[in-house]
Structures are given as C-alpha cells and as structure tokens.
Design a protein around this ligand. Structure first.
Ligand code: NAD
Ligand code: TYD
Length: 357
C-alpha cells in the first residue's frame, strides 16, 4: 500500500470534474475517480485526462460495497473526497427516491466500507487518513432578509428532499467521527458556478437559453437570493481542508456574493446581448428557500483560504466558456435532457402563454 493515492467520488460531475482536473494539474498522487455516470456525470468533462496514468476511472455506484471495498484494498488511499450525489432540488421534488438512495444510503455504504478498511491499519496510518464530505448550505434552510449568514453552528433546517438527504449524510459523517474516530471533515458550500455545470441549474440554463433566444424561466418573483462562488474557489477550499483541516470539524465555504436571481439573469442577458423580454415569470418551485448566505470566516481565518474570483468577472468568463464549448453544450442536451426540460418547464412556460421550446 503506497498511501499516496486519493479516491474521489462523483468526479465526472460539475464540481468533481473541476476538482479532479485541478488536482491532476498540481499533484503527483494517483486519483481514483469512482462515478456512476448518471445523467449528471459526463466523461467529456475529463477528456484531457483520458491517457493520464495519474487518473484511474472506476465506473460504479458508491452504494456498491464490494466495489468500494475492492478500490480501498487495491489503492490504499490516504484520503477520500466525497462529491457523488444527486444534486438538483427540482429533480428531488419530482422524485426523491434516488436522493435518499445515493445521498443517504450511498454515503452510509461508503462510510461503512471505509471504516472497516481503515480500522485494519496501524494507529499512525489511521491518524493520517482523511474523509472529506462535500455538502451544501441548503442543510441550514432559508434566511430572512436581515438574518446573519449561516455559520458552522447554525441548526439544520432542510426544506427540500435534496437538502434533507444531504443533511442526513452530514449527520452520518459526523457520527462516524464521534463514534469510531474516523477522521472525517465536512464542507458546506454555497451555490457554485463555472465551467462544466449541467444546464439544469440556474446559471448554465439561463446562459444556454439566452444564447438560443429561448424564454428564461424565472421562478416566482425572481427575488430569491443565492450566494455565488466560482467552482475553482470551492475546489481550492476543499484542498485547503484536505491539507490543514481538523478531523471532526465543519467548514462553511462561501465568497460573499449574494445576488437576487433576477440580477444574475439580467447580467447573463447583458453578456449574451439578449433582450430582457426573454424573461418569463413562471410558477414557483414548491418549498423554495428565499435566501442563502454563508459566513466563511472560519476557513478564512483557520486555513488561510480565500476566493480568487469576483462574481462579475467570473460570470462573464463562464458565459464565454459556454459560448466556446458549443459541442459540449449540444451533447449534454440529449433527448433525456429534453424530456427533463419538458417535464420541468413545459407546462410552466405554456401557462405564461409562451412557447416552451
Ligand atoms: P453533479 O450533479 O454535477 O454531479 C454529481 C456526480 O455524482 C455525477 O458525476 C454523477 O454521475 C455522480 N453520482 C451520482 N450518483 C452516484 C452514485 N450513486 N455513485 C457514484 N457516483 C454517483 O453535482 P455537483 O454540482 O458537482 O455537486 C457535487 C457535490 O457538491 C454534491 O455532493 C453536492 O451536494 C455538493 N454541492 C453542490 C453545490 C452546487 O452548487 N452545485 C453546492 C454545494 C455543495
Ligand atoms: P439552482 O441553480 O437550482 O440552485 P439551488 O436551488 O440549489 O439554489 O437555483 C438557483 C436559484 O434560481 C433558485 O432560487 C431557483 C432559481 N431558478 C429559477 O428561477 N429558474 C430556473 O429555471 C432554475 C433552474 C432556478
């Protein structure tokens, strides 16, 4: 066992792929990427690594305990960074089953196999090991307009099946540290944006629709607030936690970029040279959280991390990325994507007297 490799789960998705690419660019250790390749997992995101000996792709489910056991025994990682999840709130409203299966049962399977493997090692090796669980600000629920941002002690109050499944996973990860001593760390991050994000989430969906001159479906009054962070800043924060974080601790990650959705949509219209008449106010998401905001003082002060990307520039660069990667955009909008789009937006847009296409 070399103890130099790491296992990443969900490394073919949006944040995972950015993390994997960043890791391979800077580190010599082998990275084993365990991904089920759901609709959100895309090998295209990892194309430049196709022939890299530093990247080992393992196609499979985190809930497959035999596979997880095999990977642990074969590669003897010094850390696991756990991104794999069902990640979209709207999908969790339509069908929560997969969210419970992957985010809760899958995380449990990964933790349990990791613990059984980890317990076989000598204390010094056990101490060095790290399990970083990548979670979300959505576990904390919704803020009022004048509430202070979420901190690491804010009580959990998840409101969507997605948020509830992530909160459950966070509790399991915490319990594995407190009960068994597994060196786990949890990061809770705000909304990410940047290259490779699947166009079901606000920013890429609005960019691609604007480019195509299609309606931009804004939920409710559009005054819901999200706190945006560039995906590369999130990945660097995870790296900082992996290197310097204290086992058992939670770190909130955010970049202090609170924006109402409508402001973001108008910025995208400006960057794509489209007219605001494309905006359609559509019926709201059920249980829609009004505002998220993160207090990231702990990671800034204790680990010296800070974001590098400003939101205005980061968003402009993201628009450029989607414009320059049209083949990627066309491929991800497969027939399965069109089915999803019709289910999520068809009736909503038609209700506004508009064309859903
Ligand atoms: P994503 O949906 O783009 O990617 C998820 C990846 O996990 C995909 O590659 C998918 O194939 C894989 N996957 C799903 N189920 C799996 C399973 N059972 N076994 C193995 N692989 C599986 O998600 P993302 O936006 O990159 O988010 C990654 C993580 O970060 C998630 O845990 C999410 O909750 C968390 N997070 C996301 C955001 C955000 O704004 N996107 C913010 C904070 C935290
Ligand atoms: P989303 O990207 O789904 O992230 P999350 O719900 O996890 O924060 O949505 C971000 C915000 O944008 C949220 O307030 C919902 C809103 N939204 C729309 O108004 N229209 C859309 O088509 C989508 C996908 C999101």
């Amino acid at each position: 066992m070399t103890q130099t490799s790491i296992i990443v789960t969900g490394g073919a998705g949006f944040i995972g792929a950015n993390f994997v690419r960043q890791w391979i660019a800077h580190e010599s250790a082998t990275l084993i990427n365990l991904d089920k390749l759901t609709y959100a997992g895309n090998p295209e995101n990892l194309r430049p690594l196709k022939d890299s000996p530093a990247h080992v792709f393992a196609h499979g489910d985190i809930g497959n305990r035999e596979l997880v056991r095999h990977l642990l025994e074969r590669h003897g990682p010094r850390a696991i960074v756990h991104f794999a999840a069902e990640s979209h709130v709207d999908r969790s409203v339509h069908g929560p089953t997969e969210f419970v299966q992957t985010n809760i049962v899958g995380t449990f399977a990964l933790l349990e196999e990791t613990r059984l493997w980890w317990e076989k090692h000598a204390p010094s090796k056990r101490e060095e090991f790290r399990f970083v669980h990548v979670s979300t600000d959505e576990v904390f629920g919704s803020l009022g307009p004048n509430d202070p941002p979420f901190n690491e002690s804010t009580p959990f109050a998840p409101n969507s099946p997605y948020a509830a499944s992530k909160a459950a996973a966070d509790h399991l990860v915490r319990a594995y540290h407190h009960t068994y001593g597994l060196p786990t760390l949890i990061v809770n991050c705000s909304n990410n944006y940047g290259p490779f994000q699947f166009p079901e989430k606000l920013i890429p969906l609005m960019i691609l629709n604007a480019v195509d001159g299609k309606p931009l479906p804004v939920y409710g009054d559009g005054m819901y607030v999200r706190d945006w962070i560039h995906v590369e800043d999130h990945c660097e924060a995870i790296d900082a936690v992996l290197i310097g974080g204290k086992p058992g601790e939670v770190y909130n990650i955010g970049a202090e970029n609170e924006r109402p959705n409508l402001d973001v949509v108008h910025e995208i219209l400006r960057h794509t040279g489209r007219d605001p008449s494309l905006i359609r106010y559509v019926p709201d998401r059920p249980g829609h959280d009004r505002r998220y905001a993160m207090n990231a003082r702990k990671i800034r002060e204790e680990l010296g991390w800070k974001p590098r990307h400003g939101f205005e520039r980061g968003l402009a660069d993201t628009v450029t990325w989607y414009l320059q990667n049209q083949t990627w955009c066309q491929r991800v909008r497969s027939s399965a994507y069109r089915d999803y789009y019709e289910r999520q937006y068809g009736a909503r847009l038609r209700q506004q007297g508009g064309d859903a296409t």
